[in-house]
Design a protein around this ligand. Structure first.
Ligand code: ZN
Length: 283
């Protein structure tokens, strides 16, 4: 069953689908979320209109079948032969299109999330620094549950208002799991959903941090180790966004296709606990 998830991907729905936009280098996976995912996830289970199902089906089939298609998943993330074989079998059986679309969606979501382990728990001792230079405080516009987009599986999410181009720092050390890059536009229009640049950093305990709405031109690559305080990229206003800000959350992968944000504690660099109060600057 599909479940809703994150603002940048990777959301079950949002966290689910991506498009590889190109590969400037062999190591860099440029991926971006597809609005088809959100669409599909938001309507599946509620009798989606047939054209949605057909559109999603075409989208995912292209993702898995055509290695040259714009916006494909990285073949390194999944067993293409197994998926093609099962797809052919489902089509041969005449399985309902909606069921095939949902199955393909789940394959795409789990391929995208395959960098993160299942069934882990967040280390209660883990401490996070603010995801930017703490000498320049930024306004916390939305904290836990402060906006419609910070609810449900995205409840424990933070929006820091900052000018575009502000250096975004890793809040905790880890290894870069996914880079979503190449998007330039942003705004409060549904067309911008799932079109935010982002970096996902996997932590030692299996959780991962998402840094969203970044400017195109991410500074780090998949598999790169980053220490707390390392620059990941520059803040921006890409994707579905009401203005220049950084979206930050730490997530756990609860199922192959779904993630949820978890509460975390922030410290300043002297080790003192930081309270993140919406409407106030941090630190
Ligand atoms: Zn946010």
């Amino acid at each position: 069953m599909l479940r809703r998830s994150s603002p940048t991907l990777v959301a079950a729905t949002r966290t689910a689908s991506l498009r590889v936009l190109g590969r400037p280098t062999r190591r860099r996976h440029r991926v971006a979320l597809s609005s088809a995912v959100l669409l599909l996830a938001s309507v599946l289970g509620a009798a989606p209109p047939e054209h949605y199902v057909q559109g999603a089906l075409r989208y995912y089939m292209r993702q898995f079948e055509d290695p040259t298609a714009h916006g494909r998943l990285d073949p390194a993330w999944f067993d293409a032969d197994a998926i093609r074989t099962e797809l052919a079998e489902r089509l041969r059986r005449g399985e309902e299109q909606r069921a095939i679309a949902e199955w393909l969606f789940n394959q795409a979501a789990s391929a995208f999330l395959s960098f993160a382990p299942l069934d882990t728990r967040h280390d209660p001792e883990a401490r996070y620094r603010v995801p930017y230079d703490e000498n320049t405080p930024h306004l916390l516009s939305n904290g836990i549950g402060d906006s419609p987009s910070h609810s449900g599986l995205d409840l424990y999410s933070y929006d820091f208002v900052m000018p575009e181009g502000t250096a975004v720092f890793a809040a905790r050390e880890g290894v870069v799991g996914r880079v979503l890059d190449g998007y330039t536009g942003g705004g409060r229009d549904d067309g911008f959903r799932n079109r935010a640049n982002a970096v996902l950093v996997l932590h030692e305990d299996g959780s991962f941090a998402e840094y969203g709405h970044l400017q195109p031109g991410i500074s780090v690559e998949v598999d790169q180790f980053v220490a707390a305080g390392d620059v990941l990229g520059r803040s921006g206003n890409t994707g579905y966004s009401s203005g220049p800000h950084l979206h930050f959350a730490v997530r756990l992968r609860d199922s192959p296709v779904a993630t949820r944000a978890v509460p975390v504690q922030f410290n300043d660099t002297s080790g003192r606990l930081l309270l993140l109060v919406p409407g106030q600057r941090v630190p």
